[in-house]
Structures are given as structure tokens and as C-alpha cells.
Design a protein around this ligand. Structure first.
Ligand code: NDP
Length: 323
């Protein structure tokens, strides 16, 4: 029998794992524990130890992190660096100390070198400095891979990491200032519909997309990512990270993403670009060949369907959603 501790279990990805475990992906001999910061502050060593002693996990999916969008990162790089370094060192050390054999931690495609060739793959994580806008988060995340290699080489532990592209789905942080691009757009359209409604013309004001709309991103639906993470936990034996992403052909521009959100939200008034706002990294196209080698037949939810489910969830849960 195994006990799977999910740190960050109350976040976007953690809630998606809970959803898929409760809807067919769970196993009889697995007990799942979804921990939030209320169960213990993972920046604190003693609190982390108490969590491990309480739940006695045999497996850990480590998602807990200080996470933010471009604008959240820009304003607090040092804090992103320090908090994430503390959390990751505490979790991996306590996992090792209490005998956990298998840990899956979470990196991100936004931690790759800024100046790189495309598509990026798992071998390129440490090949050069990350984009300056999120250097704190990036260096802290890169250290997870270094820790994993250390625990493997010196203690034979099976600690690995996954590299998701931009995640979205129900239970995301829909805060416009600090959140990621898709939930931010969804919330802005919701507000534009609510506040800017003009009775005479029966229309709403357009909403504003930050930046030029030209940057390109691969988006992954949180529930698809959740199914893949469970596969990694059960089947993937390498220490080296694995990119969990839709293919290169499914990359979309922020403009195209905004158009899709408008369709999903049934908003017809279009949008304007605030080009004074930073674009962040132009692109970070990731290669999912390694994933496809292992799972050639995995089916991702089509972007418009996943977006519609996310928008519907946000509208239905507006009062309680993180925003
Ligand atoms: P969220 O911001 O939605 O959730 C963060 C989680 O971490 C919450 O459960 C939060 O608990 C917990 N947490 C934060 N600080 C602490 C702390 N000091 N002690 C204990 N728990 C803490 O994150 P996501 O679900 O979006 O991200 C999950 C993982 O995926 C992260 O590692 C992130 O870096 C990575 N990732 C995310 C991407 C994305 O687009 N969202 C893209 C690529 C990677 P509480 O709810 O109590 O605050």
C-alpha cells in the first residue's frame, strides 16, 4: 500500500490531480493526501518535518511553490528565489530523511535559458541564464534538478522532475495583476461583460490584452497534466526531467489565445493591446518528443474545449474563485 503526499494540493495542479484521482485515475492500494499551506509552511524545516511524520508518505508529488505570472515575478524576484529554494530543499531533504523512494517535483518551461535554440528539450535546462523577468523563480526551480541528481547519485533515490508548459484550468489564480495570462484574460472579459455593458447598443466595452499579443505559448489543460503526472509517478524511472506539453504545432499566440477566450466567454466586443506593458519572453517552444516516445497515444483535450470548461467553471464559481 502506498501513501501519496501531494504538496501544493490546494493549487491549480493539485486540485486537478485530486479531480482525476476521484474520477477514475486512483488505485485501490493508494491513499492520497492533498496538503496545503494550512497543513504546514514548507519554507520552515520543522513544519515540513512535522508534515512528513504525520502523513508518512511513500511517494511525493511536490507542487508547492510560490508561483506567479510575469508581473508578479517582475516585482519580487528575490522573494520568489528565497521562498522556492527553502521549500524545495526542505521537501526533498525530508523526503530523503523519512525514506521516501519516489518524488516527482515540478519545474517549468519558463526556467530555460533566455537565449537558446528552439524547440527546447530536457537537456537544455542549465545551458545559460534564464529570462531576466523571472530569474528568481527560475534559478530556484533549476536547483530541484541538481538536488534530484545529488539524491540519486549519493543515496540511490528515485527523485525526478516534470517540466509543464503554461497550465490552465479550474481552480487557477484568476488575479489579473499577479496571475497567468489565460486566467487573467478570462477574468478581464468577465469584468468587461459585467461592468462595461451598454444597454443602448447591447454591447460591452472591449477588454485590454497586456503586451503586443505576439508572444507564443503552449498551454496544457490542468486535468491532462494531472493524468500525465500520475503516469510519471507510477511509470517514469529516469532522474532527468521530462517535458509535459502539447506538441509544437499546438503553440498559439497571445492574440489567438485572447480570441479563443472571447469565444469561450461568448464575448463579441473584441480587444485592444496595451503595448506599454511588457511581453515577457517571446516564445519558449518546448519539444515533447520524449513524452511521445513513452506515450505515443496520449490524447490532449482540444484547447477550445478545455478553455470552455475553465471559463464555465470560473463563471459558476466566481464568488469563491481565487482572484
Ligand atoms: P498554485 O499557485 O495554484 O498553488 C500553489 C500551491 O503551493 C498551493 O497549494 C499553496 O498552498 C502551496 N504553497 C505555496 N507556498 C507554500 C508554503 N510555504 N508551504 C506550503 N504550501 C505552499 O500553483 P500551481 O498549481 O499553478 O503550480 C503547481 C506547480 O506547477 C508549481 O511548482 C509551479 O511552479 C509549477 N508550474 C506551474 C505552471 C502554471 O502555469 N501554473 C507552469 C509550470 C509549472 P495554499 O493554497 O495553502 O496557499
Amino acid at each position: 500500500n502506498s501513501v501519496v503526499l501531494v504538496t501544493g494540493g490546494s493549487g491549480l495542479v493539485g486540485k486537478a490531480i485530486k479531480y482525476v484521482v476521484e474520477n477514475g485515475s486512483g488505485c485501490k492500494n493508494e491513499k492520497w493526501v492533498f496538503a496545503s499551506s494550512k497543513d504546514g509552511d514548507l519554507t520552515d524545516r520543522a513544519s515540513t518535518e512535522a508534515m512528513f511524520l504525520k502523513y508518512k508518505p511513500t511517494h511525493v508529488i511536490h507542487l508547492a511553490a510560490k508561483v506567479g505570472g510575469l508581473f508578479g515575478n517582475l516585482s519580487a524576484n528575490l522573494e520568489f528565489l528565497r521562498k522556492n529554494l527553502e521549500i524545495n530543499d526542505n521537501v526533498l531533504f525530508m523526503a530523503h530523511k523519512t525514506g521516501v523512494q519516489h518524488v516527482v517535483s515540478c519545474l517549468s518551461t519558463c526556467i530555460f535559458p533566455d537565449k537558446t535554440s528552439y524547440p527546447i528539450n530536457e537537456t537544455m535546462v542549465h545551458n545559460g541564464p534564464p529570462h531576466d523577468s523571472n530569474y528568481g523563480y527560475s534559478y530556484a526551480k533549476r536547483m530541484i534538478d541538481i538536488l534530484n541528481r545529488g539524491y540519486n547519485r549519493e543515496h540511490g533515490r528515485n527523485y525526478t522532475s516534470i517540466i509543464p508548459t503554461n497550465v490552465f484550468g479550474p481552480d487557477d489564480n484568476f488575479n489579473v495583476q499577479e496571475g497567468h495570462v489565460l486566467p487573467g484574460l478570462i477574468h478581464k472579459i468577465y469584468k468587461a461583460k459585467e461592468e462595461g455593458y451598454d444597454l443602448k447598443s447591447n454591447t460591452s466595452k472591449p477588454f485590454t490584452v497586456w503586451g503586443t499579443g505576439k508572444p507564443r505559448r503552449q498551454f496544457i489543460y490542468s486535468r491532462d497534466l494531472a493524468r500525465l503526472i500520475i503516469w510519471v509517478l507510477r511509470e517514469y524511472k529516469e532522474t532527468e526531467p521530462i517535458i509535459l506539453s502539447v506538441g509544437e504545432e499546438d503553440e498559439v499566440s497571445i492574440k489567438e489565445a485572447a480570441e479563443q477566450v472571447a469565444i469561450a466567454m461568448e464575448f463579441k466586443n473584441g480587444f485592444i493591446f496595451d503595448t506599454e506593458k511588457s511581453d515577457g519572453q517571446y516564445k519558449k517552444t518546448a519539444d515533447n518528443a520524449k513524452l511521445r516516445k513513452y506515450l505515443p497515444d496520449f490524447k490532449f483535450t482540444p484547447f477550445p474545449i478545455a478553455l470552455k470548461e475553465t471559463c464555465d467553471w470560473f463563471v459558476e464559481n466566481y464568488e469563491t474563485a481565487r482572484k
